[in-house]
Design a protein around this ligand. Structure first.
Ligand code: NIG
Ligand code: FE
Length: 431
């Protein structure tokens, strides 16, 4: 009897020492956070930019006739990382503030002296669109270097209609380069700009009546965000802004309970936000409110350390309450200039007592769900986009205990091999 014909595919990624992935298309919390699939000597069949199958290398070789192969050579194969919180549209870094903090100044003190977010605002306003794009592109490449294949990216260092639109246009121009998948968020409510100092309500009027409608109409942002904190936007102001954003068709993400226990988590739950980010000061009540909602908590374990704030998010209590937490680098010039999610996994393990498996779900499927892309990315399963990363280490525990030190061997974005192309072998045969 003839063997059944092998199905032709574009690419077979084979010989991974271990494939680890969460499964499904919905965010996983509680005990499910750490329930992942691990498979030794694994392969992934890719066709038309999608995953066709994942399984043992030997079986997939029998089932598929690949036009090209990528040898994972015993490395660790994971879904591409999804970072659901970043602020990459800025000009210069803020190393001067880092030094002030090491000498004892606090983040809020620096902000109140006109530094912090406002110093990045001066940089963005002064830079042309072309210059901002030049700053942004290598940052996006660097996300890919570390295995991130989808990144949420916020504006928020413009704080005027013109400079915020410029930032979103720069993100759109970067998106067109297809470096990785970018999910744009409008963060005009990041701080009150200098020209509105002492007149925050007037700035809120500008956001409500001009910026938000213009952003929504432009289609340049999927989400709107707000920095809910007493020195920036309080609960009532945040509610007003987010309700308006929602009415205009934008999704909602929120910076909440980062520096004080204001009750932002409860507000995010009440509004049904896609994500509630930071949460270092979340209360018991806030955790309960989040547990009764579908809001994904996006935790940023490096930020308090970088800001020299003693408090860390009570991740273990959140997970025990059933929450489907995500972890993020929160890449930005002020509170965390780090993009390496593998390193963030180590910090999450150390600071939050999360297992390696929990860290993986929190860096892939859960952030994907917070971005409304759970059916599309976040796991290695047939039908999803072929966004993959291969690390040189042999297994997930090595990666998570290794502080981001394991070299990335290859990265695929939508089936395109964007790192590790030298490992691809084209095969002769029917085209
Ligand atoms: O996520 N919390 C507000 N936004 C950023 C920091 C922004 C900045 O300092 O530039 C954050 O930590
Ligand atoms: Fe942030």
């Amino acid at each position: 009897m003839n063997a059944p014909a092998r199905r032709p595919i574009d690419l077979l990624v084979h010989s991974a020492g271990e494939l680890c992935t969460p499964t499904g298309s919905t965010a996983r919390g509680g005990a499910d956070l750490g329930r992942i699939l691990c498979l030794a000597d694994a392969a992934v069949a890719v066709d038309g930019g999608r995953i066709v199958a994942a399984g043992p290398t030997e079986r997939l070789r029998r089932e598929f006739a690949a036009r090209a192969e990528l040898d994972a050579a015993g490395g660790l194969l994971l879904p591409g990382f999804v970072d659901a919180h970043s602020h990459p549209v800025f000009a210069q870094g803020r190393e001067d503030e880092f030094e002030l903090r090491t000498q004892g100044a606090s983040y809020v003190e620096i902000a109140e002296r006109g530094g912090g977010i406002l110093s990045s605002v001066r940089g963005v306003r002064a830079a042309s669109k072309e210059r901002l794009l030049e700053f942004l592109l290598p940052r996006l490449e660097r996300f890919v270097d570390f295995g991130t294949t989808t990144v949420e990216a916020k504006s928020g260092y413009g704080l005027s209609l013109e400079a915020e639109m410029k930032s979103l246009e720069v993100l759109a121009a970067a998106r067109a380069r297809n470096i990785l998948d970018i999910v744009p968020t409008f963060l005009g409510a990041h701080e009150t700009p200098e020209e509105f100092r002492g007149r925050r309500p007037a700035y809120i009027e500008l956001l409500l009546n001009e910026c938000l409608p213009r952003v929504a109409e432009s289609g340049l942002a999927e989400y709107a965000d707000v920095f809910t904190e007493s020195h920036v936007f309080d609960l009532d102001q945040s509610r007003l802004l987010m309700e308006r954003a929602r009415a205009l068709g934008l999704g909602i993400r929120m910076h909440v309970d980062q520096l004080s226990a204001l009750g932002g988590a409860e507000l995010a739950a009440e509004l049904g936000a896609a994500s509630a980010d930071h949460l270092e000061f979340v209360s018991e009540r806030g955790i309960r409110a989040l547990a009764e909602s579908a809001v994904v908590p996006v935790l940023c374990p490096l930020v308090p350390l970088y800001l020299r704030v003693e408090r860390e998010a009570p991740a273990r209590s959140m997970i025990d309450a059933g929450l489907a937490v995500a972890i993020s680098a929160d890449y930005n010039p002020g509170s965390c200039p780090q993009q390496n999610l593998a390193e963030i996994m180590t910090w999450a393990a150390l600071r939050y007592r999360m297992s390696a498996a929990e860290c993986l779900t929190a860096a892939t499927l859960n952030p994907a769900c917070s971005l409304g892309r759970g059916a599309e990315i976040g796991s290695v399963e047939a039908g999803k986009r072929a966004d993959l990363v291969i690390f040189s280490c042999a297994n997930l525990r090595q990666l998570v205990s290794g502080f981001g030190s394991s070299p990335v061997r290859a990265v695929l974005v939508g089936g395109r091999v964007v790192r590790g192309g030298e490992r691809v072998r084209r095969l002769p045969g029917p085209q």
